[in-house]
Design a protein. Structure first.
Length: 459
């Protein structure tokens, strides 16, 4: 049904690009500027200009505030997790119960960074979900799991040398807590077409990422190679993390794209200016996050390849946006016995001043590589929703529609809302609710409600 909207969505993307480009060339509308020019303009303006004050606040660095124009644009990427640790952030309770560990840990981290350019971060995220009923599978309606992350980033070639180079790595462990299944498996129990929390699976301790990143030509070209997570590079946006934002896969991932497990691959970003970028990536379609073996890359020679073109304007007084189109192809996966296929993903994302971040996404796949043929989703995030000066508090609301690959199944609708609270400086607590209407794999159910509670501690 929504396939008819295909050309209109593409046309809207290019129309937006043409309008903004004409406004800049004509000079009749000061819609966006490169960041360094914007900084100078803001500095020259009077501090009594309230809109400017608000806009300057918008540019204060925060983990999920600005659309990613670096090569790794995922909000929970290695660099983002490390830079996002801030022991000075405001929280509901200013007392920090983990100071006995955090202070010596950060002090050691700071010394290590100053000495050899190496820094670390630790994070633990736990999620519990319960459905009001479960009529499929074995009828289990509760799921819980936890994730340990240990991240490292080593500046081997410092930026002062001209072309910086980095080594990044992540070790990860995923486990169930006090239920029989992890949240990723709850979808099969309630008949949902896609996961209610795809990221929360079970995995033994493993090195899930290890890569070299090289910057060239004043950061206009960035190249990364090694054991990669392909979902960090293609169709990633501000809310694509179930450990920080929405947990339902319709919003935190893209159910139409068959991202492989982390395996050997490479990615490259070319960004000639502050407005445009092109990203390309490829990797082993049979990759496995839980192992450090690369035999399938050379023996099977089945690859996942993708390219993305993006427009990232800084719209004056409003904020930064990311409008991109991604094309992908998968050669199939022998381990999962999935066929080859290809598809398209489009994302419009726009921040509005310092408090709102909106998104609209559409994607389509063919070849039966996933069980979702197409999906449309949109939503908004409201920072500091109670105006208490707590910028890491976040209220999110999103809706989605998805068409199954199996035409005998009905379309599925999802509404999700969450409230993320910065309880301590190091801890976030996030209650969440999902309403899954017309679950595709439960034809006798009108809707299923899934309640969730997430805890996250980051050092």
């Amino acid at each position: 049904m929504l396939r008819a909207l295909y050309p209109f969505v593409v046309a809207a993307f290019f129309a937006h690009f043409i309008i903004l480009s004409y406004a800049r060339a004509d000079g009749s509308a000061d819609l966006y500027r490169p960041q360094e020019v914007q900084d100078k303009v803001e500095k020259d303006k009077s501090t009594e200009d309230k809109p400017v004050e608000d806009y300057k606040a918008l540019k204060a660095p925060r983990l999920e505030e600005a659309p990613r124009t670096k090569i790794d644009r995922a909000p929970d990427g290695i660099q983002e997790q490390i830079s996002g640790v801030d022991i000075t952030k405001k929280s509901i309770i200013q007392y920090e119960p983990f100071n006995f560990f955090i202070k010596p840990w950060r002090k050691y981290n700071s010394k290590l960074k100053d000495a050899i350019g190496l820094e670390f971060s630790l994070a633990y995220t736990a999620l519990y979900q319960v459905a009001n009923r479960a009529t499929q599978g074995e009828g289990r309606n509760q799921a819980a799991s936890g994730i340990w992350d240990f991240n490292g980033l080593w500046s081997v070639l410092p930026k002062k040398w001209g072309n910086p180079g980095y080594i990044g790595f992540r070790s990860r462990s995923k486990h169930t807590l006090f239920t029989d299944i992890p949240p990723n498996s709850l979808a099969g129990e309630i008949g949902s077409l896609w996961s209610t929390a795809a990221f929360f699976t079970v995995n033994n301790f493993a090195v899930s990422q290890l890569w070299w990143e090289q910057h060239l030509f004043a950061d206009k070209l960035i190249f990364r190679a090694g054991k990669l997570d392909q979902s960090n590079y293609i169709d990633s946006f501000n809310f694509s993390s179930s450990t920080l934002f929405f947990t339902n896969a319709a919003f935190s991932q893209n159910p139409t794209i068959p991202f492989p497990g982390n395996g050997l691959g490479a990615a490259a970003l070319f960004q000639p200016n502050d407005l445009f970028y092109i990203m390309g990536s490829f990797g082993d379609a049979n990759g496995d996050s839980s192992t450090f073996e690369f035999d399938t890359f050379f023996d099977d020679q089945q690859f996942f390849t993708a390219v993305e073109v993006g427009f990232v304007p800084l719209i004056n007084i409003v904020g930064k946006g990311n409008y991109h189109i991604a094309l992908w192809h998968s050669d199939g996966n022998k381990k999962n016995n999935t066929p080859s296929g290809s598809g398209l993903a489009i994302t419009f994302q726009q921040s509005i001043r310092n408090n709102y971040n909106t998104f609209l996404r559409y994607s389509f796949s063919n070849g039966k590589v996933t069980n979702v043929k197409q999906i449309l989703s949109g939503g908004v995030g409201v920072y500091d929703p109670f105006n208490k000066g707590l910028k890491d508090n976040l209220l999110g609301l999103a809706v989605s529609w998805g068409e199954p690959e199996d035409q005998n199944l009905r379309a599925q609708y999802v509404i999700e809302s969450f409230l993320r609270l910065q309880f301590f400086k190091s801890m976030q607590v996030t209650p969440d609710i999902q309403l899954i209407m017309s679950p595709s794999n439960a034809p006798d159910e009108n809707f299923v409600a899934v309640f969730g509670l997430r805890f996250r501690v980051a050092f």
